[in-house]
Design a protein around this ligand. Structure first.
Ligand code: NAD
Ligand code: IPM
Ligand code: MN
Length: 346
């Protein structure tokens, strides 16, 4: 089979972290006899500049026909006052492809505890996945409007939306350590009350999975004090956005975290969780690890090539253990240095 892949470099550090990743894709695919067809499209600010739209029809159609989308990052100060921001393109892409489940893993690998801002003994062994609901909640609820003296965002969830993300999370927990933490704000929000009821109902289908309910404020604290006790965390869109950036620095840097998003349609979107990092764009110092680990997820999830994914992940983790890192982890390596090391070792 020939896989169809769409590359979306985007803005800021996006093109810097994606270009070397596509070279890795080429090399690793040859090694494991994976056939693919790759096309690159404008997205985000780059697409606003060329088409006046962050998600042009040509880009959306290419994505819809793809097995996998590899996205760098979008956004930047240049487009903050544009009527349609780059971020709106990303939200529209997720919504159009119905990518309701977003998996964001955090792992502190053995031999790399020293990069954590937390005490090494506290983070050793950390290995959990945040399952973030991606197409509902405050991001998409109506009405949504900004007037001179009032602004409205609506936090809505239907039972169906909660059920499908709950099944995704329980299934993942069953394939891991049968532990699920569901995060909400049930003491205040109606949507969280429905969330908790629905999680409890869905849990009846997964008797082996132990469920813990946490309020989001307390969870943000527990992530720091007891990160090793989490396995799968499921939460709504905005809470997942915030908690996953927090989680990403447990191993040392926002530049480390990958993600995959999926729905019923089959197309999967692979992207690091960080943004376009305008403060370091163009300097060849962005950490490409989150992007490269997203490619490893693509080998695992789309190509069904666990061995290739393991090989790539091991190379990436070994570089970190050896202290061959970009400046965000205290090293002196450039983005290109990291890519050259990975390519050489493949
Ligand atoms: P950001 O994630 O871009 O950067 C936050 C901080 O982390 C910055 O100091 C940055 O230099 C650092 N950082 C991020 N990724 C890094 C990497 N790979 N290597 C080293 N350092 C890294 O968040 P921000 O500055 O709040 O947002 C910048 C723009 O990115 C905004 O327009 C925002 O909307 C957008 N954004 C896009 C995505 C996406 O494309 N998926 C995600 C988050 C933010
Ligand atoms: C992310 C980003 C996006 C989000 C923005 C850019 C719309 O922060 O992927 O985490 O909030 O989902
Ligand atoms: Mn985010």
């Amino acid at each position: 089979m020939t896989y169809q892949i769409t590359a979306l470099p985007g803005d800021g550090i996006g093109p810097e972290i994606l270009s070397g990743t596509l070279q890795i894709l080429e090399k690793l695919s040859k090694k494991y006899h994976i056939d693919y067809n790759l096309e690159t499209y404008d997205f985000g600010g780059a697409a606003i500049d060329n088409y006046g739209d962050p998600l042009p029809t040509s880009t959306l159609e290419a994505c819809e026909k793809s097995d996998a989308i590899l996205l760098g990052a979008i956004g930047g100060p240049k487009w903050n006052d544009h009527p349609k921001r780059p971020e709106a393109g990303l939200l529209a892409l997720r919504k159009n492809l119905e990518l309701y489940a977003n998996l964001r893993p955090t792992k502190v690998v053995e031999g790399a505890t020293r990069f954590s801002p937390l005490k090494e003994e506290r983070v050793a062994g950390t290995d959990f996945v945040i399952v973030r609901e991606l197409t509902g909640g405050l991001y998409f609820g109506e009405p949504k409007k900004l007037e001179e003296n009032q602004a409205i965002d609506s936090l809505t969830y239907t039972k169906d939306e909660i059920e499908r993300i709950a099944h995704a999370a329980f299934q993942l927990a069953e394939n891991r350590n049968n532990k699920l933490a569901s995060v909400d704000k049930e003491n205040v929000l109606a949507s969280s009350k429905l969330w908790r009821q629905t999680i409890n109902k869905v849990s009846e289908n997964y008797p082996n999975v132990e469920v813990e309910h946490l309020l989001v404020d307390a969870c943000s604290m527990h992530l720091i004090t007891r990160p090793t006790q989490f396995d799968v965390i499921v939460t709504e869109n905005l809470f997942g956005d915030i908690l996953s950036d927090e989680a990403s620095v447990i191993p040392g840097s926002l530049g480390l975290s990958p993600s995959v998003s999926y729905g019923q349609k089959g197309t999967k979107l692979y992207e690091p969780i960080h943004g376009s990092a305008p403060d370091i764009a163009g300097k060849n110092i962005a950490n490409p690890t989150g992007m490269v680990l997203s490619l490893a997820m693509c080998f695992r999830e789309t190509f069904n090539q666990n061995e290739a994914a393991d090989e790539l992940e091991n190379i990436v983790y070994q570089l970190i253990k050896d202290g061959i890192t970009t400046p965000d982890l205290g090293g002196k390596a450039s983005t290109e240095d990291i890519f050259n090391q990975i390519l050489q070792q493949l």
